[in-house]
Design a protein around this ligand. Structure first.
Ligand code: BYC
Length: 322
């Protein structure tokens, strides 16, 4: 079959053979290419969940914009929260290339049908939590998302390139907040430590269930959407944050952490997967607040969507008339 034969001119068998060739050659599937239904569904699931996470993730941080301890901190935090909105938009756009509408994705989120990252169902009661989110949550996000820049679906991989650049900056700003607190007064140091104590385990759980309980990993890795398993990425993250915690002068709340010469990695303790499953079922500390707030923002924005639709309709009418 000629390489440039359009997808619609191929039989299903030929189209599948071409899809497999593209994946095997580490090339990219583009929106106009034929793809198996299950590949499309998996991408819609993962990309839309990822987009929802970015949008819901604005809430625990946005919570501190009015209370950031200085004008400079406020400006940085505002820019960061705006970046998250941008990430959500790139990702919703990438998902739309697969045939799902933005309205449908929003409906799935506010009705509680769609998942978003477990991590954003925890509260941010102290300023140090903004540091912990940057250092641990964005740090975990980078470990998970850098390999996604090579995802086999073109629009997803390309969106991830810019997102990862911004996440790196976010991680450094979080690290810097914690460093500042850790080297400050005893009360500031204690606040930083208490916050890291709360965020450490939930950040490790962001990578998803252990490999043996991850139903989607094998197929997603075969399709080169995911490049590494949940446990492999979790291990990379632990190996990254242990030396960083030493620089920060903070302790990770896990007595099992120790260098394992044989494995060439840090060992770490078991995580509470019951807690993770509870959060996924909507019973985490902040699930209901996050969804209520998102629904309220959607309702409050109805007039903007109506105005934009009316403007677009008028522009279209004028364009047709000219
Ligand atoms: N939270 O078979 P598995 C960010 C679900 S944004 C909730 O391993 P998969 C940031 C999973 O969906 C962070 N649900 O799944 C934003 C599946 O359920 P369904 C978000 C989770 O897809 C703003 C089931 O558990 N990042 O960092 O192969 C500010 C079984 O799991 C979680 C992304 O979305 C979880 N933590 O692997 C700052 C990255 N983990 O869908 C920072 C892209 C698992 O079958 N996504 N589940 O009903 C991924 O890389 C993968 O989807 C995951 C899960 C590694 C998350």
């Amino acid at each position: 079959m000629a390489k440039n034969t359009p997808s619609f001119a191929l039989s299903e068998q030929e189209a599948l053979a071409r899809f497999d060739e593209i994946i095997a050659a580490d090339e990219r599937i583009e929106p106009s290419d034929w793809m198996p239904d299950a590949y499309r569904k998996t991408l819609i699931r993962q990309i839309s969940q990822h987009a929802h996470s970015e949008i819901i993730g604005m809430q625990p941080e946005g919570n501190w914009i009015t209370r950031a301890p200085s004008l400079k901190r406020k400006a940085i935090l505002m820019a960061k929260v705006q970046d998250e909105a941008g990430h959500g938009l790139y990702l919703y756009s990438a998902a739309q290339t697969l045939g799902i509408g933005r309205d449908q994705m929003t409906e799935d989120l506010i009705s509680g049908k769609a998942k978003y990252s477990s991590i954003f169902n925890y509260h941010t009661p102290t300023w140090a939590d903004i540091g912990s989110i940057g250092w641990l949550v964005d740090g975990a996000a980078i470990c998970n998302q850098v390999p996604l820049c090579r995802a086999s679906y073109g629009p997803y991989g390309r969106a991830m390139v810019r997102i990862c650049k911004e996440e790196s900056f976010h991680q450094r700003q979080g690290f810097e907040i914690l460093l500042h607190l850790s080297r400050g007064s005893k009360a500031q140091h204690d606040m930083a430590q208490e916050s890291v104590n709360r965020w450490y385990a939930p950040a490790l759980m962001m990578f998803g269930p252990p490999d043996a309980q991850s139903p989607n990993s094998a197929q997603s890795m075969a399709w080169k959407i995911k490049r590494f398993s949940n446990d492999d990425l979790r291990q990379r993250f632990v190996d990254m944050i242990v030396p960083q915690s030493e620089v920060l002068g903070l302790t990770l709340p896990d007595r099992a952490i120790r260098w394992n010469e044989k494995r060439g990695h840090f060992d770490y303790g078991d995580l509470d997967w019951d807690e993770f499953n509870e959060v996924l079922k909507g019973r985490g500390p902040a699930n209901s607040i996050r969804l209520e707030r998102r629904k309220q923002a959607h309702d409050d924005g109805a007039w903007v969507r109506e105005a934009a639709a009316a403007y677009a309709a008028r522009e279209n009418k004028e364009a047709m008339a000219s």
